[in-house]
Design a protein around this ligand. Structure first.
Ligand code: FAD
Ligand code: SF4
Ligand code: SF4
Length: 477
């Protein structure tokens, strides 16, 4: 009976796929979690109580049909589970790997609230679509009847790629421009392989190429064309360029050799995983091997840096963060993974200066304490006088987050409207910027956010662009 395959959360305990042992995983860049086998996936999916109002779906930015594909998985109907999961997401196996589920779907599962441990939604989602790839169920991009109109997309991150897939489905000619040599945005060059192996991203990109989407690699808008030139070329444009201006630290010695930006460091490491020649890695500047590494910051980027340094064979890895564990923005799961791998967290500490000879030798820091809550409701850190200390360091990685670049200047488009944070200003209803026919989506509108939100924005903006282009097509006819 189908019913017997569900509601098993009391008798079947929550079990995430096993993590590889910390010592072993710290030696390579492979993902740390094993995959479910079919019996384990069915068993875990069967724990779902099939809520009438599924809070998991409500809190999933894509509003995935979670209980439905869990039921189909529990019943052994994996291909149907895949088709349903794929209906609302362009990259379910990627979200299953890197969404912060504890803050989204799983964090809102009723079984979690009843004390039995959430259904392991992300791991099941990853299992379903990985299986679909292996079984050959993943179909080519469904291309709609040709409309004779073309769309240009600037930025091949999850927002740009998702919009490209949907727009191709509506029948447009789609051109994607990216300044990198490989597509995927932060999926490719930001997020390390131990969270998201690169072939998982590349097979998605290849599928889009096979679907007739044209990729212009190494094409930087602002250098290789102005925004106006691209507007001339296409019937509509999408800006999905993400946010890349690193937040600065103001402290003496911050410009010393050996004090590097997080994304420079992570990109070099990811390029090595692709087998590229990276001179700054080869000459040791961006390689943590044998070094005492201090990473500054408490978000997911900082977590990725510390764990990358461990894998490169650092002599020691410390993470300096000005608030405490409870008040850090990074995922608690990632902190636990980092600690298992040997990272030391130095909470309530902020850098004051960087000592350097030819290159950095130490970080001078001071202890902080948490004061009254600030405008965001988080308790603001303030210096604890007389508590200076010093950490030996031959590589310091700054991971304080990112802001938007100055796009109106870079794109030679002063009339492109921005918010006070530099992100692009869009109309809530149309997702269009201040320029007619120029839309925007993903981090460049939201500020630094999540992959799943970029995918959602890509889906939404494709629909808005389609509405706009249908009207434009009729006027021209
Ligand atoms: P991006 O992914 O940033 O893609 C933008 C693309 O635009 C890039 O390829 C860039 O090369 C291109 N571009 C920029 N300017 C130009 C130009 N002038 N001309 C041509 N091309 C241009 N989110 C999660 O959900 N889970 C995680 O575990 C996670 N980990 C992260 C780890 C790191 C280190 C970082 C930095 C972010 C992480 N995020 C994570 C956040 C997530 O990666 C982003 O929210 C998401 O990638 C945003 O998607 P996007 O498409 O808007 O932009
Ligand atoms: Fe959960 Fe993310 Fe998947 Fe939604 S997309 S179900 S939030 S893992
Ligand atoms: Fe199933 Fe949990 Fe979603 Fe309810 S909230 S439908 S139990 S996964």
């Amino acid at each position: 009976m189908a019913g017997e395959k569900l509601l098993q959360f009391v008798t079947r305990t929550q079990a995430y796929p096993a993590k590889r042992e910390a010592q072993a995983r710290a030696e390579d860049f492979r993902e740390i979690a094993e995959r479910y086998g079919v019996p384990a996936a069915e068993e875990q999916a069967s724990r779902c109580s099939q809520c009438g109002v599924p809070y998991c779906s409500v809190h999933c930015p894509l509003h995935n049909h979670i209980p439905d594909w869990l039921r189909l998985t529990a019943e052994g109907r994996l291909r149907e589970a895949y088709e349903l999961s794929n209906a609302t997401s362009t990259m379910p196996e990627i979200c299953g790997r890197i969404c912060p589920q504890d803050r989204l779907c799983e964090g809102n599962c009723v079984i979690e609230f009843s004390g039995h441990g959430a259904v392991t939604i992300g791991s099941v989602e990853k299992f379903i679509t990985d299986t679909a790839w292996e079984e050959g169920w993943v179909e080519p991009v469904a291309v709609g009847p040709a409309r004779g109109q073309s769309v240009g997309i600037i930025g091949a991150g999850p927002a740009g790629l998702s919009a490209a897939e949907y727009l191709r489905g509506y029948g447009y000619d789609v051109h994607v421009y990216d300044r990198h040599d490989r597509m995927g945005g932060l999926l490719t060059y930001g997020i390390p392989g131990f969270k998201l192996e690169k072939p998982v991203v590349m097979r998605r990109v290849d599928r889009l190429k096979q679907g007739g989407i044209v990729f212009h690699e190494g094409f930087e808008v602002g250098r290789d064309a102005t925004l106006d030139e691209l507007r001339e070329r296409h019937d509509a444009l999408l800006i999905a360029t993400g946010v890349y201006k690193p937040r600065a630290i103001k402290a003496p010695g911050v410009g010393s050799a050996g004090v590097v930006e997080a994304l420079t460091y992570l990109t070099a490491s990811n390029r090595k995983s692709f087998g590229d020649a990276v001179p700054e890695f080869e000459d040791g500047s961006l390689d943590a091997k044998g070094k005492h590494v201090v990473v500054i910051g408490g978000g997911d980027t900082a977590m990725d840096c510390v764990r990358t340094a461990v894998r490169q064979g650092a002599a020691s890895v410390k993470c300096l963060y000005r608030r405490d564990r409870a008040n850090m923005p990074g995922s608690q799961r990632e902190v636990a993974n980092a600690e298992e791998e040997g990272v030391e967290f130095v909470w309530l500490s902020a850098p004051q200066a960087f000592e350097a000879a030819e290159r950095v030798t130490a970080v001078r820091a001071e202890k902080m304490r948490l004061g009254a809550p600030d405008a965001t409701g988080r308790r603001a850190p303030e210096p604890d006088p007389g508590s200076d200390f010093r950490l030996e360091a031959d590589l310091v990685i700054k991971a304080l987050g990112f802001d938007a670049e100055d796009l109106p200047r870079l794109f030679d488009a002063p009339e492109l409207g921005v918010t006070r944070w530099g992100t692009l200003r869009t109309d809530n209803k149309t997702m269009m910027t201040s320029l007619d026919g120029v839309f925007a989506a993903g981090d460049i509108v939201r500020g630094a956010s999540l992959v799943v939100w970029a995918i959602r924005d890509g889906r939404d903006v494709a629909a808005k662009m389609h509405q706009y282009l249908k009207v434009k097509g009729k006027v021209a006819a």
